[in-house]
Design a protein around this ligand. Structure first.
Ligand SMILES: Nc1ncnc2c1ncn2[C@@H]1O[C@H](COP(=O)(O)OP(=O)(O)OP(=O)(O)O)[C@@H](O)[C@H]1O
Ligand SMILES: [Mg+2]
Length: 309
């Protein structure tokens, strides 16, 4: 099998349908504008971000039913390299609605489809066959999947010398870092949860990240703080990058864009300082676009240049 620089995994993708409507009114029929369809889910977004930057990441995902077919078509149209694991149950759909009057955005998320034991095995076997330098495990897991599902994948990848990058939360994140991975990207709330505290202040982030590194949970810990920016912490280096000031439209996909920017930079052998700068540039560039749209390359490049000053 071909060696890929980067491969992303999306166990629980979604077909995202977004629209605009005038005003939220109960009981009445609300007319919606023509919908926009996007392929969604952590790994898929990370692959899209990498493609936007001119890179290429194999995008592996599960797909079922006619919603799955639409998801596949959307990615093929973008000329993305895909590896599909077909499932019996249908790919979930998410619905995002923008109220024109208030500019509020409502995000309705649906539970992921169930995966049989045979399908779970097939996912693990398929991933095992992929030859890649970086493997990105991103997004939530379908209900009913064991919390150590990412951990099982990470263990096998690590044995093959693959650098594993994880962006997930809760018990699934807790489990996978028992194995020890290359990079994790919790936001500050997710980091607090990992540390077993309710809240972490910015001044305590570096120490918490260092604890994870000392415990061999991850070689690199990137902690994102929304509009404030992000920390990158390793055993002997700490970088903090302040997010550039922009006009925010929607933060959907900011985290995934950030991971995409960082993995792309890693694959280009950039320094870790540049890696976190690309992460923040892509994450912040994503907030300049409406709804499910990620970022434009020219915005990310401009913000990256701004961060060099
Ligand atoms: N309001 C904002 N203004 C500017 N930049 C932002 C804003 N929100 C997010 N970002 C950028 O995106 C990066 C990741 O954002 P955030 O910390 O919100 O991640 P997240 O909580 O994982 O996001 P997601 O909800 O997409 O998973 C930040 O480090 C920053 O660069
Ligand atoms: Mg996130």
């Amino acid at each position: 099998m071909k060696l890929h620089q980067i491969a992303t995994v999306t166990i629980n993708p979604s077909l995202d349908k977004s629209t605009h409507f005038k005003e939220l009114v109960a009981e009445q029929k609300m007319r919606c504008e023509k919908p926009r369809y996007d392929a969604g889910g952590g790994g898929i977004n990370v692959s899209k971000a990498i493609a936007e930057l001119g890179g290429n990441a194999l995008c592996l995902f599960t797909s079922g039913g006619s919603s799955g077919e639409m998801l596949e078509e959307l990615l093929q149209k973008k000329n993305m390299q895909t590896k599909v694991i077909r499932t019996k149950s249908w790919t979930r759909e998410n619905f995002i609605a923008f109220e024109n009057k208030t500019k509020a955005q409502y995000r309705f998320g649906f539970p992921g489809n169930e995966l049989s034991e045979a399908e779970q095995k097939s996912i693990i076997e398929t991933i095992k066959e992929i030859k890649t330098n970086f493997l990105v495990l991103s997004g939530s897991l379908n209900e009913g999947l064991p919390t150590n599902f990412y951990q099982i994948i990470a263990e096998k990848a690590k044995d093959s010398g693959i650098k594993v990058i994880v962006d997930t939360s809760g018990d699934s994140l807790k489990k996978v870092i028992e194995t020890g991975v290359y990079l994790i990207k919790p936001n500050v709330g997710e980091l607090a949860k990992l540390m077993g505290v309710e809240y972490l202040e910015k001044k305590d982030v570096e120490k918490a990240a260092k604890t994870l590194i000392d415990n061999k949970c991850s070689e690199i810990v990137v902690v994102s703080l929304g509009a404030e920016g992000a920390f990158l912490v390793t055993n002997d280096q700490t970088e903090f990058v302040t997010a550039p000031k922009i006009e925010k439209k929607s933060t959907v996909g900011a985290g995934d864009s950030m991971v995409g920017g960082m993995v792309w930079a890693l694959s280009q052998n950039k320094t870790l300082k540049e890696v976190i700068q690309w992460g923040v540039a892509c994450g912040t560039a994503a907030t300049m676009n409406e709804g499910t749209q990620l970022f434009k390359k020219e915005d990310a490049e401009r913000l990256f240049q701004e961060l060099q000053k």
